[in-house]
Design a protein around this ligand. Sequence first.
Ligand code: TZD
Ligand code: CA
Length: 528
Amino acid sequence: MKTVHRASYDVLRRHGLTTVFGNPGSNELPFLKDFPDDFRYILGLHEGAVVGMADGFALASGQPAFVNLHAAAGTGNGMGALTNAWYSHSPLVISAGQQVRSMIGVEAMLANVDAAQLPKPLVKWSAEPACAQDVPRALSQAIHLASLAPKGPVYLSIPYDDWDQPAAAGAEHLVSRRVTGLGMPSPAQLAELAGRLSRASHPVLVLGPDVDGARANPLAVELAERLSMPVWVAPSASRCPFPTRHPCFRGVLPAAIGGISRLLAGHDLILVVGAPVFRYHQFVPGDYLPAGAELIQLTVDPGEAARAPVGDALVGDIFLTLEALSGMLESCSRPLPEALPRPVPRGEEPGPLHPETVFDVLDELAPEDAIFVKESTSTVSAFWQRVEMRHPGSYFFPAAGGLGFGLPAAVGVQLAQPQRRVIGVIGDGSANYGITALWTAAHYRLPVVFIILKNGTYGALRWFAGVLDVPDAPGLDVPGLDFCQLGRGYGVRSVHAADARSLREELARALAGDEPVLIEVPTLTIEP
Ligand code: TZD
Ligand code: CA
């Protein structure tokens, strides 16, 4: 007899979801029974870390990732991480164990009351199948929905007495279904877009994370070169969509209404690709656009298109649309923009290192295809200026600013990209929200290099306190943390590097090895 358990694993296997990120409890044990040999279970010690790892894995692989959480408590612990997954269009298929069906009503221990409601509004779809026989089909629905554009997280609550029930007749059809769909603008819409771009005299390109998600970075380069456009990265950048030393590259736009229109002044057409318009953060009033500028947004997400306060929008697959567009555009006669000057290396001074020095060392020693997972909020601009990123999938930052992404996502990215070296650049504040991921890195021997920038404070909040005129806020400092001891406690080789020379030595040693290493670096506080 084929059980719901067998039929469900068949569905997961068919879609390549053979890595299970989880933290188990009694509700989940029947699902984990007879765990197939071709599956691997990646244990995280806290659900925030579990979802963060799965998020990193999904973003870096471009494939859906499967998560198994413990009932309501495990789901709740994972929800902060879901804010990031939601905004990065990360296809997470999250399952949670439910009490046996007959004990949900009496609210026995571990009954997930109103389970489907719990993860909303941070999932595309959430359900508890109406009967055991529907579980494999619901799982298949969850995987397809997570993977269809715009990708995103979904949630299934599964009562644990479902697994050994007989599967429904016909369950085998699930594994032969393919669900595909890549919406494209029509030829007429494309021609209009190409026409507007060709007629513009000072167009500018603003690229967002979904360009990198679609691996359309080379197409963005082609488009920028063909029309000699300066290229900005859309504000609150969670990925790197464009090679950062290309002559067209200008940097990351600030996350403020006024700041953006100031920086884009002089352009008559702003083409935004793969980003919302815009992910603002600090409130600086001003005009949405500089005088005389039009904006066109190309996005894969109808929600992003509909909610923008300004400009026209075209919804469609980014890779296919850019590909079609490049065939329709003549090269323009404008010269290419001049490359930004290379940042000057900082002289070395005694005392805590300037973050710029740390980034210069990273730029010097990191492999050219290294992947950076960044979660130090006050050092974002310095990092983008100093560390060259060349290839798709080279940079990940929490898409909703929900801290606790960095350490776990670095682990998930390394699992998805064993050929490339992952370097986590993590603040001493941020590190604490996902610290248990160190154990997972050690346990599965994943060679992530974790660089902890230790300035003893929530640096970005110090800057924000100035912006918001709150000079006296409590709770902004985090002195007395010893990340070398924490790292060792979780089983990761951990070293302290107090100056540029020892940072260089320790980083070179870490990169030459094949195990995770934590490097704690005392740093100065700078402004984001
Ligand atoms: N809690 C969560 C889950 N996410 C958050 N974003 C915050 C709190 C608030 N927060 C920020 O937005 S930045 C920040 C906090 C606490 C400081 C992070 O400190 P850090 O980095 O040491 O990681 P910097 O470079 O010192 O800013
Ligand atoms: Ca800090």
